[in-house]
Design a binder for this molecule. Structure first.
Ligand code: MGD
Ligand code: MGD
Ligand code: MO
Length: 762
């Protein structure tokens, strides 16, 4: 019997031949990620939450006590039963006094890979059995993209699973144009369990096939194939202007595919009137774009001609839409590739996220993996996920979302499980203020990170290694029996058990558990998934065989994929799910919403903050906060692998050599990044791989503000702007942020985060 476990960054074979279990990479993985290597040793780290704990003032004075002390005061550890009684009584109180619409259970976050012990699904199911909760919609990953794409092309679910596979790209693509690169670092991850890491081989395959590679953006080293890559530096958040100029060049020079536009798209004429300036008096020429992007007009013009003459794939990374007016680069790239007319042809068309996750470009078969049913939510109120602080600060106030106006609910109780808002949200100083609004904040967590420290009642949750589960991810082609590796640390319990314990106290245990234990659920969820796979002609073995073998691999059943090939072959038989059934270069629906910041066709808007703005005088550097190389978000930041990437315990901030020299900053110097919103410390690394005017500080260092509010950890969200991408999506706009940077006085090395203080009951 082979023993496996799985995480978002890979599958591991568990070896039990030494004193402690050891994790080896899955033998079928050609390019394993080192991120998870230390999981066993870390499992018992000092930072683990060992016992239920309650914030001191809350315990002594009850709900709503001294909310400004959240994150600043000690905890009291309690017995499980007492802590569960307190939490259940508080949930009951809020439901009775304020109704379920006063409970926020959006609980965004990545939690762990197993499909049953998936913390979000667990907390949602738990709250639904009680009548429901205020939910959040969309993701931080693709806030703007998820709203715009269904109007104009297809849902993100379809585009993510439908990307042209790497083999087809290598065989057919001649020119690969990447806005924002194809960062190998990000392809370590697939939500639910990356199985075989294929991006490195995919990129090398393009180089070997002689595909011409062009990388457009502020960062040079995010597209590495082993071969030649041409870098065109471009100011952050200005990709749309360059794409519009490419479109205008194709239009003006008659290089577009008129037949494609006529048969497969609607609304090109309306867009053309914007491109040629007849609509607004400004022609979107390469010269017009140069003033915005910094890309020489001749470079853009020549690239447009080359794109039209070659089999061309144009890719955008997801970061492009995690910005002010983030809908526009996604819409503009769809329009650009529609004009080129290669959508649905092998190796041509549009890529919406090669390099964002491992799964994109996979040829493995797709089938629905196991998922925990969440039940029905009796509350209709919701927020776009990144509007959490607005909701808490402005109850009752209106917001727009996807063409409608809604109101923020008045939240009294927050329940978070499996996410770290003090990692993922923008402008953490503002979030801290907003966090004072609810009477009570409950969380299940594994580690004493900032989210746990800012809660009132903290329940210690088990890790993946401490329980049985099933791993599976879209297009990864594997189902993994994730068998328990270690005993739980301290008194940690599974999220399922915690919600069973609370449900029993609240009278909903039968509905929540359906009388099943962990194994009962695993059998049921696996059976449902196997049946769905069977309907697609994919044979999954019986549960016993699966559990015994430890893994099911469908890798032998690969089929090359060409995105939107069916639509191209027969648009009448395989229409898109857009209102017209075609690609919408102009959307009557979006136009009808009447939004000033998202009209009926792709358009250029000045970002809220950017290098062309007046604020540049005070804060002359554009901060990019990209995904970290050495961890998944804030997870495992305390691992040796993540800590090895730091200097003196500080997160590195990359800065162009010119900007570093101008400020007297040398390699390894402690620096302070600051703007009107916040301040954080980091360690400088001058580099030639960034354009001047841009700095890059990855996300995920643990937020640790001192008494003055200066974040010692180096979390970029101490600085970012908390504003929706537009009135259409309200998506996360983290990549829109100006800062200044200066040498900081010598500071002692930043220590690894530690647990909060505990006190005995007063
Ligand atoms: N500035 C800036 N900010 C960003 C981004 C950016 O580009 N720039 N990117 C955004 C994006 S794309 C994302 S997806 C978010 C990610 O934000 P999150 O998904 O919230 O970040 P994680 O660190 O993965 O948080 C997962 C948490 O779940 C806990 N956890 C893990 N397993 C379990 C479990 O089984 N049970 C329980 N109860 N808890 C568990 C972990 O300890 C961890 O605290 O960040 C966003 N924030
Ligand atoms: N190792 C690791 N991998 C991950 C994650 C992780 O935490 N760690 N998180 C995963 C998650 S949840 C997500 S959503 C995906 C996100 O995937 P992405 O959003 O694509 O990832 P980023 O690293 O933020 O950005 C990709 C590149 O775009 C560049 N960029 C930023 N702004 C601009 C711009 O305005 N124009 C151009 N042209 N380029 C720009 C960035 O510098 C970076 O090099 O990554 C996933 N992969
Ligand atoms: Mo994400």
């Amino acid at each position: 019997m082979t023993h496996y476990t799985a995480s978002h960054w890979g599958i591991y074979r568990v070896r039990n031949d030494g004193a402690a279990p050891r994790l080896d990479p899955y033998e079928g993985d050609p390019d394993p990620s080192p991120i998870g290597a230390h999981q066993v040793a870390l499992n018992d780290a000092p930072l683990r939450i060992r016992r239920p704990a309650v914030r001191k003032s809350w315990l002594e004075q009850g709900p709503g006590a001294a909310p400004h002390l959240r994150g600043r005061e000690p905890f009291v550890e309690l017995e499980w039963d007492e802590a569960l009684d307190l939490a259940a009584a508080e949930i009951a109180r809020v439901r009775t006094a304020h109704g379920n619409e006063a409970i926020f259970g959006g609980s965004y976050g990545w939690s762990s890979a197993g499909r049953f012990h998936h913390a979000q699904s667990q907390v949602h199911r738990f709250l639904n059995m009680l009548g429901g909760y205020v939910r959040s919609v969309d993701t931080y990953s693709l806030g703007a993209g998820m709203v715009i794409l269904p109007h104009i092309l297809a849902s993100v679910r379809e585009t993510n699973a439908g990307h042209t596979s790497w083999d087809v790209l290598a065989a057919h693509t001649e020119l690969f144009v990447a806005f924002g690169g194809v960062p190998h670092k990000n392809t370590q991850i697939s939500s639910g369990g990356a199985a075989d890491h294929r991006a490195r081989a995919g990129l090398a395959g393009l180089a070997a096939a002689g595909v011409e590679m062009v990388n457009i953006g502020p960062v040079r080293d995010n597209l590495e194939t082993g071969g030649d890559v041409r870098w065109i530096p471009l100011r952050p958040n200005t990709d749309t202007a360059m794409m519009l100029a490419l479109c205008e060049t194709l239009r003006a020079e008659g290089l577009g595919d008129a037949d494609f536009l006529a048969r497969y798209t609607v609304g090109f004429d309306r867009f053309a009137a914007y491109l040629d300036g007849s609509a607004d008096g400004v022609r979107k020429t390469p010269e017009w774009a140069e003033a915005i992007t910094g890309v020489p007009a001749e470079t853009t013009r020549a690239l447009a001609r080359r794109m039209a003459a070659r089999r061309t794939m144009v890719n955008v990374t997801w970061s492009l839409q995690r910005a002010a007016h983030g809908e526009q680069p996604f819409w503009a790239v769809v329009a650009l590739t529609a004009i080129l007319g290669q959508i649905g042809l092998p190796g041509g068309g549009v890529g919406l996220g090669y390099g964002a996750m491992n799964a994109l470009g996979s040829a493995h078969p797709s089938f629905p993996g196991p998922t925990l049913p969440q039940g029905r939510n009796g509350v209709s109120a919701f927020i776009p996920v990144a509007r959490i602080a607005d909701m808490l600060l402005k109850p009752g106030e209106p917001f727009t979302y996807n063409g409608k106006t809604h109101r923020y609910p008045d939240i009294r109780l927050v329940y978070w499980a499996g996410g770290n808002p003090f990692h993922h949200h923008q402008d953490l100083g503002r979030l801290r203020k907003a966090w004072e609004a609810p009477d009570t904040i409950l969380t299940n967590e594994q580690v004493w990170n900032a989210a746990a420290r800012h809660a009132d009642i903290v329940f210690p949750a088990t890790t993946t290694l401490e329980r049985d589960d099933i791993g599976a991810a879209v297009r990864e082609g594997h189902v993994i029996a994730m068998k328990k590796v270690l005993e739980p640390v301290g008194e940690a319990r599974d999220d399922y058990r915690i919600f069973c314990d609370l449900s029993r106290r609240l009278g909903t245990l039968d509905a929540f558990s359906e009388g099943l234990d962990e194994m009962g659920w695993l059998r049921r969820l696996y059976g449902e998934s196997a049946a769905a796979a069977g309907a697609l002609g994919l044979d999954l073995p019986a549960f016993e065989t699966f559990w015994q073998d430890g893994i099911v691999s469908l890798a032998g059943q690969d089929k090359p994929v060409t995105m939107l090939a069916d639509f191209r072959t027969a648009p009448e038989d395989a229409p898109l799910k857009t209102p017209s059934g075609k690609i919408e270069i102009f959307s009557e629906t979006i136009d009808g919403f009447g939004l000033e910041d998202c009209p009926g066709h792709p358009a250029w808007f000045e970002p809220f903050e950017w290098l062309g703005a007046e604020a540049v005088a005070a804060y002359p550097l554009h901060l990019l906060s990209d995904q970290p190389v050495r961890r998944l978000h804030s997870q495992l930041d305390h691992s040796p692998h993540s800590q090895d990437g730091k200097i003196g315990g500080r997160e590195p901030v990359y800065i162009s050599e010119a900007d570093a020299a101008a400020r007297g900053i040398a390699h390894g110097d402690t620096v302070e990044l600051f703007n009107d919103r916040g301040r954080c410390l980091a360690a400088a690394i001058p580099t030639a791989d960034l354009m001047p005017g841009v700095v890059r500080l990855a996300t995920g260092a643990w937020y640790a503000p001192d008494e003055t509010g200066q974040d010692q950890g180096g979390n970029p969200n101490a600085l970012t702007l908390d504003r929706g991408a537009s009135g259409l999506s309200q998506g996360c706009a983290a990549q829109t942020c100006l800062v200044e940077i200066r040498r900081a006085p010598d500071a002692p090395p930043h220590p690894l985060a530690t647990p909060p203080p505990f006190v005995a009951r007063g």
